[in-house]
Design a protein around this ligand. Structure first.
Ligand SMILES: Nc1nc2c(c(=O)[nH]1)N[C@H]1C(S)=C(S)[C@@H](COP(=O)(O)OP(=O)(O)OC[C@H]3O[C@@H](n4cnc5c(=O)[nH]c(N)nc54)[C@H](O)[C@@H]3O)O[C@H]1N2
Ligand SMILES: Nc1nc2c(c(=O)[nH]1)N[C@H]1C(S)=C(S)[C@@H](COP(=O)(O)OP(=O)(O)OC[C@H]3O[C@@H](n4cnc5c(=O)[nH]c(N)nc54)[C@H](O)[C@@H]3O)O[C@H]1N2
Ligand code: SF4
Ligand SMILES: [Mo]
Length: 905
């Protein structure tokens, strides 16, 4: 069968040092799963472009993907195993972990240990971790950061279809009449898909796009209609749509009768949701609602594209269910251009779902609490035992660490101290836990600070295996270079520990053997029970595996070349073969605002950063778009709090506190604010949003309510503000600081409650640099400069307000081989040259700033294309195109305001 499989033209299974080659792999970041072609020479990656042939991206890459090679240098890498901070051999480290796990299990039982893994593991890593925990240790205690990401979507698909199957494909996005994007900022988070949508809309101007979000995001640039709803009210919106369909001939009664069950109950529950009631509940106008409902009703085809604004909720499963209900009721599913499309975030969230990496799954889409499935999986594995009940889901898992019920945890490829809600609770749990093992690629992050054992894993570019993207497409992530230092592949590390624990099912010689076993398990006694069937890949040779081209599952006799469209026949995986409607009573968020905590706190992603910044934070290319964790706030709220742009706010919740600069932003709703998820203690003293969320979860999925917190805001002032720019690492202790990677080294914003008396001494102490130190003091300001061999090495500006300094000028000055006397004088007087001032960076590929763009718009560039022609911005990866369009609309709306801003700059 495997000779029917398409093979990839650009592969190099064996790394040959010295010989230039081209290796096709998959991007390390989001669930779009773009193909990349990596040029390799002398054992190093030398070039990277989007793979023209890859069906996810057809050659395109977003700004994160195109900067992959800027994040792979070895600085900050964890390169050897450590126990209690001491470097040890692999043998010693894996002996220790195996022994400790065995001892703890012997003393306290199998449920006293746990793994907390990640959608950033490859399928093979994930498979083997799950096999060890569920088939050999015999506990369900393996959960993953995907719990925080798409577990609500998984539960809803499973309830409705009987199996966790995404019923759409990317091409549907291009073939649809109507695209509802809800709870998704795809322009920033799934940029290549967004570009595909943009192109489809250009080709078919009749296609409509609707965005539903409490914030007016970059994604709205494509929207024909925007519903700026009250946070947490989506279930009411979709119940209202179901009711509207039934009142306006929008139902597909044949489809409902033949292929579904439970419609009447769902409709009864939705019936009270009239347009008037929904408008009031969601705080949107009746006209806007009716227009969108009418669009859905009259469109032959429609897709609802949903992500974290839906899933990360205490009623996330129900919200997904109301979306699925509308598609089933209108028959907009199982056909081109239609369906409820949950978009996954991480590169391999889907692979994790396939191998059963969540605590409430078994493996290969089999159920953990089904005795027949337990028996099947155990017989296939020939394992000594099998988990027969659900394990602890992420939040519970950390609660059990805190209570002492779980005594050992192995964390792989995730940074829970930053990403789980209620940071104080997570750190307390890790402190309490007897044994914390962490496999990571970096030597330092907020979670590694609690590790008893650190295990160095190979990162993207060094690791080798498969990932599955949001449309069920399996792609190879190929290793292009050899592992650095002593780093090992995650699957090998788990294999070594499992073998040392005394288990025999882990003697894989090659990663392809792991994949093959996984594929065989999907086939094992399947008989059409589960759509996840990789039987067509179950006999791959190592060579065929190496050459495997991207392919969508199922892959079996009926679909030897994979399958794009599922459920076309209306047959689902429930016992009756019919899809289920689920009646839903809309619930509001459980974290409620109060007099004490009056603001709703929303959180999410920025365009150029990835999660906890362990990779994207390393390059100045991706740090310039936004260099600090702003709190975005409506102008009226900013006025009431007496704050302006760049003032400081303390953000207090019942769980903790954060401090951030203010960004006044009319795109927020009144009384609501937004903070990015990325900053953590490696980059900021008080920038971690997880301090501000309670760990409240959806009762079915266990997914945390990470979008609607309740906080109090208060203006925060300091006695002294310092801007530090340095070519060397510094050691700093300050009341507030935030760090950003620059072209010359690091820049810091520092604030102190008590002003420094001796600015020069402080700079010398924190930098440890020797060189020619110069200082100038005037009024309350101090300027400190250090030159080394005539070159600028360090700069510190001290002031009673934030010192203003032009970053692009600094880059120029730090890059200069010798500094003229006049420049040194300017540095010491704190007068930066405006000549280089471009404003905030918008286009990261060509380093084009907002000021330059606004000037070009004022000179007549009236379209994104015209800007591209003049300035090149937006012409490479295209990630900034929505922002370019937004600047043009802002200018068109208010050219005078733009002119004033330009003049002030
Ligand atoms: N640049 C970048 N891209 C990424 C990532 C990254 O870190 N950086 N991470 C990847 C991962 S793992 C994920 S999960 C995805 C996430 O992708 P998205 O879900 O698109 O990203 P978020 O910014 O978390 O949230 C999406 C939107 O939900 C909105 N929202 C909040 N509350 C509500 C609500 O009640 N209703 C509705 N309708 N909307 C609401 C927010 O305002 C936000 O605009 O991104 C992936 N892509
Ligand atoms: N408030 C709030 N909280 C959120 C969210 C939100 O929107 N709001 N979003 C949630 C979502 S959707 C997600 S996905 C999570 C993400 O949160 P995390 O998963 O905690 O974030 P990452 O920074 O991706 O952590 C990955 C870690 O694995 C390491 N790593 C990278 N590659 C490998 C590898 O191949 N092997 C090993 N062993 N290690 C590797 C990295 O260095 C890094 O330390 O955050 C969640 N938390
Ligand atoms: S959209 Fe960007 S981050 Fe996502 S896979 Fe493609 S290149 Fe990578
Ligand atoms: Mo995610």
């Amino acid at each position: 069968m495997s000779d029917l499989l398409p093979t990839s033209p650009l592969t190099s299974p064996v790394i040959k040092t010295g010989e230039p080659s081209l290796i096709q792999s998959t991007c390390a970041y989001c669930g779009v799963g773009c193909g990349v072609d990596i040029g390799v020479a002398d054992g190093k990656a030398t070039s990277l472009v989007g793979s023209a042939a890859h069906p996810s991206n057809y050659g395109r890459l977003c700004v994160k993907g195109s900067n992959l090679l800027n994040t792979i240098d070895l600085t900050g890498r964890l390169l050897s195993p450590e126990i209690a901070g001491e470097q040890v051999s692999w043998d010693k480290a894996t002996d220790y972990v195996a022994e400790q796990f065995n001892d703890i299990i012997k003393k306290y039982g199998k449920d006293s240990v746990a793994f907390y893994v990640s959608g950033q593991l490859l399928t093979e890593d994930y498979y083997i971790a799950n096999k060890l925990m569920k088939g050999y240790i015999g506990s369900g205690n393996i959960d993953t950061n995907s719990r925080l990401c798409m577990s609500s979507a998984v539960s809803a698909y499973k309830r409705a279809f009987g199996e966790d199957v995404v019923p759409c494909t990317y091409q549907d996005l291009e073939e649809t009449d109507l695209l509802l994007l809800t709870g998704s900022n795809a322009a920033w988070t799934h940029p290549v898909l967004y570009q595909r949508i943009e192109r489809a809309k250009k080709i078919n101007p009749a296609m409509k796009v609707v965005v539903i979000d409490p914030r007016k995001t970059a994604t709205c640039e494509l929207a024909d209609n925007f519903i700026q709803l009250k946070p947490g009210t989506d279930a009411a919106f979709f119940n209202g749509l179901l009711h509207f369909l039934s009142e306006n001939q929008g139902l597909d009664t044949d489809y409902i009768a033949q292929h579904t069950e439970g419609f009447e109950q769902a409709l009864t529950q939705a019936t009270s949701w009239t347009v008037t009631k929904v408008a009031e509940f969601c705080q949107v106008s009746i006209e806007e609602l009716t227009t969108v409902y009418q669009l859905f009703c009259s469109s032959e085809k429609a897709i609802t594209f949903y992500s974290m604004g839906i899933n990360q909720s205490s009623s996330g499963v129900d919200k997904c269910q109301t979306i699925i209900n509308c598609h089933l009721a209108s028959g907009k599913i199982g056909k081109a251009g239609s369906g409820p499309f949950s978009i996954t975030g991480q590169p391999n969230a889907m692979g994790g779902r396939e191998v059963g990496g969540l605590a409430n799954q078994l493996a290969a889409h089999m159920d953990i609490d089904n005795p027949q499935h337990q028996d099947k999986v155990q017989r296939f594995w020939q394992s000594p035992t099998i988990a027969n009940k659900q394990g602890a889901k992420a939040i519970d898992l950390f609660d059990k660490l805190a209570s002492g019920e779980i005594k050992a945890v192995w964390i792989m490829a995730t940074n829970p101290v930053v990403s789980l809600p209620n940071r104080a609770k997570i750190t307390a749990a890790l402190k309490k836990c007897e044994l914390v093992v962490v496999s990571d690629c970096v030597e330092q992050n907020d979670t590694l600070a609690f590790a008893d054992v650190k295990l160095p894993a190979t990162p993207w570019l060094e690791k080798n295996g498969t990932v599955t993207n949001s449309e069920r497409r399996i792609s190879r992530q190929r290793n292009a270079v050899l592992p650095a230092g002593q780093a090992k592949h995650d699957w090998q590390i788990i294999q070594d520990v499992a073998t040392k624990m005394g288990f025999s099912g882990f003697d894989f010689d090659d990663v392809s053997d792991v994949f093959k076993e996984h594929a065989q398990l999907t086939q094992f006694e399947n008989d059409g029970e589960r759509l996840l069937d990789l039987s067509g890949l179950s006999q791959l040779t190592a060579k065929e595996y190496n050459e495997l081209a991207p392919i969508q599952w199922p892959v079996n006799d009926a679909n030897p070349e994979g399958c794009a469209r599922v459920y076309a026949d209306g047959k689902f995986n429930t016992p009756s073969g019919k899809a289920k409607f689920i009646p839903v009573k809309p619930q509001l968020p459980l974290q409620k605002t109060s007099a004490e905590f009056p603001f709703v706190l929303n959180s999410g992603r920025l365009r150029d950063q990835w999660h906890t910044m362990t990779r994207t934070g390393k390059t100045n290319k991706l740090s310039k778009h936004t260099d600090k964790p702003y709190l975005y706030l409506h102008p009226t709220d900013a006025k009431a709090l007496a704050v302006q742009n760049d003032d400081m706010l303390s953000i207090t919740a019942s769980t903790g506190q954060a401090i951030a600069h203010v960004k006044v932003d009319a795109k927020q709703r009144l009384g609501e604010c937004f903070m990015p998820i990325h900053w953590n203690q490696n980059y900021a003293s008080h920038g971690n949003v997880s301090d501000l969320y309670q760990s409240i979860v959806d009762p079915l999925s266990g997914q945390a309510e990470s979008k609607q917190g309740a906080v109090a805001l208060g203006k925060k002032t300091y006695k002294q503000y310092i801007s530090v720019h340095t070519t060397s690492k510094i050691t700093l202790s300050a009341d507030f600081w935030v760090k950003s990677t620059t072209a010359y080294g690091d820049s810091y914003q520092v604030a102190l409650d008590e002003p420094t008396i001796d600015a020069l001494l402080l700079c010398q102490q924190i930098s440890g640099l020797s060189g020619e130190w110069l200082t100038f003091i005037q009024d309350n300001q101090s300027y400190v400069v250090c030159l080394q061999a005539g070159k600028l090495a360090f700069l510190g500006y001290f002031s009673a307000t934030w010192p203003e300094i032009e970053q692009s000028w600094l880059e120029h000055v730090f890059g200069s081989k010798t500094l003229e006397f006049a420049t040194i004088q300017s540095l010491l007087l704190g007068i930066s040259s405006d000549e280089f001032n471009q404003g905030k960076q918008v286009c990261s590929c060509y380093s084009v700033g907002e000021k330059t763009i606004n000037e070009a718009i004022a000179q007549g560039c009236g379209s994104v294309e015209a800007l591209g022609e003049k300035l090149q911005c937006g012409t490479k990866c295209g990630s900034c195109k929505p922002e370019l369009a937004s600047l043009i609309s802002q200018y068109n709306a208010d050219p005078i305001e733009t002119a004033i801003v330009l003049a002030e700059d």
